[in-house]
Design a protein around this ligand. Structure first.
Ligand code: ADP
Length: 425
């Protein structure tokens, strides 16, 4: 403000001087005109110098001047200087970010709205074989695996996909897409070769051990049966020992059978046929009642006549496990309801019992392998802890899911939801 006042004061002083000189000489008007012309010319010269300075970026020190123009130069110079400092800081940050993402062991690729590569780090260039010149190329033209293209197009990026590396097919990659910003996506890939190798080794180990145990078990069972036949019942200790040995051998056989079934579910392709589920359920329920040696406990309601595409053997195992559990974990005189029906979204098998129920905290864990609920009463019930793991696997292979509703002391309801797309009749 002070500079402005000084500037106005100078003009006023010059006008006063012009008026006095004009009054003395009688040339007021020409003098006033000259004064105005002088003031305007001075401003034009200043504007032209300013324009010259700013057109070179305003980076050099500004020319020497006075008054309001010195102020203007100073402010613009300061803004420019701050901007330069900010740009430098931002550039440094971007460099640091680039260096850290380049050093990442996982591959990262930024994809644009049309699946084009906007940026890729060093690991991405190595595992996907990308070149610097591939920037702007559409990623489906470079990574051509059908499962990857399906995943990219699906827009559903909750899960990841497992792919071989396009450069080295012995390397296994877990690829995941993370959407962010406006239409941008970050493609991340991790080398899971070792993990997959260990998983395969675990599966092979379990499969081999289970398979190898079958023969000694059959031999043991055979000898036990012979010994039991020879037992004349004179020694109660011997009789009960035989019984216990037989019980344990049977338990072990179930364990081995369940482990082999789980391995098959993990490694083998499932068959796809049109399965008559109502007929299958009628058969399983009949067998269930026969096994129970009791008056019919099972109430079967076939509300839908639909058949579904699937593997009959696998579905039989899953349904038998669920029904077996409902019968095992509920009182002998209670009813078990089995329903096959269709609702808006799915075809449902519901198996409901009036048993002990499962505590809320145990519900998410009962489908884990070997998980059995800690309960003195339930401990007496025979089981391997693998039944529900088998159910979960079978359903997963059929695009279905298991839902467990249970209340302690009241009972449980296990529902299997199959997608309507599986209906074949
Ligand atoms: P198990 O061979 O022990 O029955 P499962 O995997 O079939 O193994 O079941 C795991 C556990 O879940 C069981 O040990 C039991 O505690 C619980 N469970 C399963 N079904 C029921 C049910 N219908 N009612 C109560 N508890 C159940």
């Amino acid at each position: 403000m002070g500079v402005w006042r000084k500037e106005i004061n100078t003009v006023l002083l010059l006008m006063l001087a012009t008026t006095i000189v004009g009054a003395i000489t009688g040339l007021f008007l020409p003098l006033l005109f000259l004064l105005m012309l002088g003031i305007i010319m001075r401003q034009v010269v200043q504007i032209s110098r300013f324009e010259k300075w700013i057109s070179t970026g305003g980076r050099s020190k500004y020319p020497k001047t006075t008054g309001i123009w010195e102020e203007i130069y100073y402010h613009v110079y300061r803004i420019k200087k701050n901007e330069k400092r900010r740009k430098k800081k931002l550039g440094k940050m971007i460099d640091q970010f680039r260096q850290s993402t380049e050093a990442l062991p996982d591959a990262a690729v930024v994809l644009g709205v049309h699946d084009e590569i906007e940026w890729a780090n060093k690991a991405a260039r190595e595992v996907f074989g990308l070149q610097q010149s591939d920037k702007g190329q559409r990623i489906p033209n470079l990574i051509r695996f059908p499962e990857f293209i399906r995943y990219l197009k699906s827009g559903n990026y909750k899960e990841s996909v497992i792919l071989p590396s396009p450069v080295e097919n012995r390397t296994t990659l877990e690829v995941r897409i993370v959407p962010y910003g406006a239409g941008l996506r970050l493609l991340l890939a991790q080398d899971v070769t070792q993990l997959k190798k260990m998983e395969r080794m675990r599966k092979d180990f379990v499969a081999n051990v289970s398979h190898e145990l079958r023969t000694p078990l059959t031999v043991l069972k055979g000898y036990l049966e012979t010994l039991q036949d020879l037992d004349d019942g004179h020694s109660p200790l011997l009789t009960s020992s035989f019984q216990q040995m037989q019980g344990q051998t049977e338990r072990m056989q179930h364990l081995v059978d369940d482990l082999l079934l789980l391995t098959r579910l993990e490694t083998q392709q499932k068959k796809s046929q049109c399965v008559d589920v109502p007929a299958l359920l009628s058969q399983i329920c009949k067998e269930g009642d026969t096994l129970e040696h009791a008056a019919s406990r099972i109430e079967l309601n076939l509300e839908a006549v639909v058949h579904i595409v699937g593997d009959e053997q696998e579905l039989r195992s899953a349904f038998t496990n669920l029904l077996g559990n409902a019968l095992k974990y509920s009182p002998e005189d209670s009813v078990v309801k089995v329903r096959w029906y269709q609702d808006k979204e799915s075809i449902v098998l519901a198996i409901e019992d009036q048993g002990e129920g499962i505590a809320k905290a145990d519900i998410p864990r009962v489908t884990e392998r070997f998980y059995r609920v800690e309960n003195k009463r339930l401990k007496k019930v025979n089981g391997t802890g693998l039944g529900l793991a088998i159910v979960k696997h079978v359903l997963m292979r059929h695009g279905a899911h298991l839902n467990i509703a249970s209340e302690l002391g009241k009972g449980s309801c296990f529902t299997c939801h199959f997608p309507v797309g599986r209906i074949c009749i």
